[in-house]
Ligand binder design. Structure first.
Ligand code: KG4
Ligand code: ZN
Length: 348
């Protein structure tokens, strides 16, 4: 089974070729440099950059996989794309590219959930999808736009238990980095600064939200903002006032620990409540070392992460979702996702 896949939900343009369980190529163009001066992703710029880069990314992926151009009928068994969630204009670029490729290859088109991709990314070991997930499990998906807890009973069989009511975990990292004057994307910047902290940092609140599996991170971000206003004055942001690096490092440490503890406690509590022994964590924020260590310290629960190379957005994970669908004999020749995932905001 040979699959060509596209990923264009946010600020990475990616195309991949998966043959059986072997990843033949996974070309990724990151738009980070384009968005850095705005400290966040600018949707219109992202769409334009996807449009500009996708031919090169596709050519790169096909070339690295030894595929011939132009695409011929039968070149692929399926063409997949991330159908959402993501930025509407950006999603459209991946979808149109996939439709064109599917037309040339006379292959079925499969639209998959980007978040399912982050979950299945845990199966890659180097260039092979050789570590199949064992179900049932609890999935924590933490990216720039989403923080979700899923009860996963099998491939394509997911129940959303909770999600963020405001900022996603990655978004909180990005916004706190912006408040501190650290470069975009905020997650890696905050993690790097936190590693230099000499001490534990301020004890920011842990937003636990009792009685629900939902999350909320905007209060934590506001707490960091109040802390900075207390230290530097109310108009610190307007005047671009910065903490000395040693103190900024402590703030990063305090913030990062609060996010990690919140995610780990709620996820572990949900797993225990549902009687699940296995947890899988995916998405850009799952690259965070403090989060990985906090999960690693849990007793009696088996926690899996994707390899760091597959934490951020990539088309390899999209291809793998399509492969699992085809193997299950589901959804071939159609653009569908599990009804539980097919909620407003996901479709394009
Ligand atoms: O999954 P992803 O690559 O794109 C989306 O689907 O949004 O996630 C991007 C998010 C960004 O908010 C970024 O700051 C965060 O993941 N991130 C991290 C780390 N690396 C990326 N957050 C915390 N620690 C990291 N090391
Ligand atoms: Zn993502």
């Amino acid at each position: 089974m040979k699959i060509l896949a596209f990923e264009t939900t946010c600020d990475e343009t990616s195309a991949a070729v998966l043959e059986g369980r072997v990843l033949r190529s996974n070309a990724v163009f990151s738009q980070i440099r384009l968005h850095r001066r705005y400290s966040g992703v600018v949707p219109e710029l992202a769409s334009r950059a996807h449009l500009e880069k996708i031919p090169f990314v596709l050519k790169g992926a096909l070339g690295a996989a030894g595929c011939r151009l132009p695409l011929r009928a039968g070149a692929f068994d399926a063409v997949a794309f991330s159908r959402g969630p993501g930025l509407p204009g950006a999603l459209m670029v991946g979808r149109v590219a996939a439709e064109a490729a599917a037309g040339l290859a006379r292959a079925p088109l499969i639209g998959v959930s980007h978040l399912e991709g982050h979950l299945l990314a845990c199966e890659f070991e180097g260039a092979k999808a050789s570590r199949p997930l064992e179900f049932p499990l609890l999935a924590l998906l933490v990216s720039g736009g989403h923080t979700e807890l899923w009860h996963a009973r099998g491939y394509g069989d997911y129940r959303v238990l909770g999600r963020t009511r405001d900022d996603a975990a990655g978004e909180a990292f990005d916004k706190v980095a912006k408040l501190l004057g650290l470069p975009y994307p905020g997650g890696p910047s905050v993690e790097k600064a936190a590693a230099r902290a000499r001490g534990e940092g301020p004890g920011f609140p842990r937003p636990h939200m009792e009685g629900t599996w939902d999350f909320s991170f905007s209060g934590l971000k506001t707490a960091v903002s109040y802390y900075l206003a207390g230290r530097l004055g109310q108009d610190f942001y307007k005047r671009a006032l910065r903490l000395p690096p040693a103190e900024a490092a402590l703030v990063c440490r305090g913030f990062q620990d609060a996010v990690a503890e919140t995610l780990v406690k709620k996820t572990a509590a949900a797993a225990r409540k549902l009687g699940l022994r296995r947890i899988a964590v995916g998405g850009g924020v799952s690259a965070n070392g403090a989060l990985r260590r906090a999960f690693g310290a849990l007793e009696g629960l088996e926690v899996r992460f994707s390899e760091k190379a597959y934490c951020s957005d990539n088309a390899a994970m999209v291809a793998l979702c399509a492969l699992r669908r085809l193997e299950a004999g589901k959804f071939a020749n159609s653009v569908k996702v599990s009804p539980e995932l097919d909620r407003p905001g996901w479709a394009i």
